[in-house]
Write a protein that binds this ligand. Structure first.
Ligand code: SF4
Ligand code: FES
Length: 240
């Protein structure tokens, strides 16, 4: 397999593609395993290994996002980079792997990008800070079943940033909407939903592009966050 991979020594470096041939490739390999094997080969040849991020390799942490043949995460739909397996790539013998591309995500090195712009959204309002006292009895605050299920669906966002990279505008509305919708459905977080939406909205406006509802974000989202999340951003911002 021929692999074109993005190399960039640091944020100030222009970067370039580097091409490698790998002989020992199995269809059962994940993308991260492919990069592990490629790094073994590069190190054996005396080169610098490719910097990339991964942690859980189980689709939970959101650390691993890369762009494969132009698609954030890769060709298998609704699947994070670490769960993309070569058997799903249709027998290709060449791959192009580069970082998640967005103005809000500067490249730190090779395939590693700085996604702290997403952290700024969470710091602004993706949390609950109402005074809730001591832990209440489990049944003291009943949550309707449908609201609990819906909140859990939106809470499935793993913060990978693929939605931002897929968006032609570099918008983060799917990510922000997932947080706003999730917290708005639960009784204690809902107390500050208006303030939360305005704070998150201010960071969205300052750091990311506008949403034109292209829908590319929901197409690549490994957590299946629906496009209705972007409507939550506008709806929640109208609250007092
Ligand atoms: S909304 Fe989906 S694509 Fe965007 S950060 Fe969350 S999990 Fe990743
Ligand atoms: S490494 Fe954790 S989601 Fe991919």
């Amino acid at each position: 397999m021929r692999i074109r991979v993005w190399r960039q020594r640091g944020p100030a470096d222009a970067g370039h593609f580097e091409t490698h041939e790998l002989a020992e490739v199995s269809p059962e390999m994940s993308l991260m395993e492919l990069l592990d094997v490629l790094n073994d080969q590069i190190v054996a040849e005396g080169g610098e290994p490719i910097a990339f991020e991964s942690d859980c390799r189980e689709g939970i942490c959101g650390a691993c996002g890369v762009t494969v043949d132009g698609t954030p995460h890769g060709p298998a739909p609704r699947t994070p980079s670490c769960r993309q397996h070569l058997r799903a790539f249709g027998g290709v013998d060449e791959l192009t792997i580069e970082p998640l591309r967005s103005a809000a995500f500067p490249v730190i090195r090779d395939l590693v990008v700085d996604r702290s712009a997403l952290d700024a959204l969470i710091e602004a309002g993706g949390h609950v800070d109402v005074m809730a006292g001591t832990a209440p009895d489990a049944d003291a605050l009943p949550v309707p079943h449908d609201a609990a299920e819906s909140a859990l669906d939106f809470a499935a966002c793993i913060g990978c940033g693929a939605c931002v990279a897929a968006c032609p505008n570099g918008a983060a509305h799917l990510f922000a909407g997932a947080k706003l919708a999730h917290l708005a459905m639960l009784p204690q977080p809902a107390i500050e939903r208006g303030r939360r939406a305005k704070a998150i909205g201010a960071v969205l406006d300052e750091t990311f592009g506008p949403c034109s509802t292209y829908g590319e974000c929901a197409e690549v989202c490994p957590a299946g966050i629906p496009l209705t999340a972007v409507a939550a951003v506008a709806r929640e911002r109208l609250r007092r």
